[in-house]
Design a protein. Structure first.
Length: 220
């Protein structure tokens, strides 16, 4: 390295600079190229550092916490094909519960229902939905002003003071009972006369759960 540097000393000491430049043009060219390369490399390096400083990787926004959906339980009865207790999500609407219960039976009073119920209503836990029959509405068992949208109207207080006599009632009257559809009503009529209400279960005319719903609404 010292020898290489010493080779350039004549350039600095000799008086005839022009002759020295011609003589050592190759060395000067190499030095110039090396210096230029170093300067350009340094500039590029500094520029890349500045760009990296400016480019900040955005932090991921925390994902929103999802609301935990809880199940609710709703009692659906009356003029639906499959009355019973149903589990649904807390965002379920009345229309969803009607679908779960198999939709309306043929004797459901649809006109009354659509006038007094809101299909878009969000159902809450422990609600009871009762769908009235045409017979109930026509005979005054269900009155529009007393009809809550998602509360029970199937208790004895919502019916007339007299109970339904299963030995004398017509099929439409029998079908007003909770959980009693056309098939069950026909079975009741076909197995008359009854000596005790319990015979409805003993003769397998109704299920125990249906009997529990209607036993306070019937007589013999």
């Amino acid at each position: 390295m010292s020898g290489f540097l010493k080779s350039f000393l004549p350039i600095l000491t000799e008086k005839k600079a022009e002759q020295n430049i011609k003589k050592y043009w190759l060395e000067l060219s190499l030095i110039t190229i090396a210096i230029a390369t170093l300067v350009v490399s340094t500039l590029l390096y500094v520029s890349s550092i500045e760009k990296n400083k400016q480019f900040v990787v955005p932090k991921k926004a925390p994902s929103p916490t999802r609301a935990v959906s809880h199940d609710i339980f709703v009692d659906v009865s009356g003029a639906v094909n499959n009355p019973g207790l149903y589990k649904a999500s807390e965002s379920s609407r009345l229309n969803d519960l009607i679908d779960l219960a198999g939709g309306f039976t043929d004797n459901a009073d649809r006109n009354f229902f659509y006038k007094n119920f809101n299909l878009a209503k969000i159902i809450t836990d422990q609600d009871k939905i009762y769908i009235p029959t045409t017979f109930e509405v026509t005979n005054g068992y269900i009155l529009p002003e007393n009809q809550p949208q998602t509360e029970s109207v199937s208790s004895a207080n919502n019916y007339s003071s007299s109970k339904i006599n299963i030995n004398k009632a017509t099929q439409p009257e029998l079908e007003t009972l909770p959980g009693v559809g056309p098939v069950t009503a026909q079975k009741i009529i076909g197995n008359r006369p009854f000596k005790a209400l319990q015979e409805l279960v003993d003769k397998k005319i109704t299920t125990t759960s249906t009997f529990e719903k209607i036993k306070d609404l019937i007589e013999i």
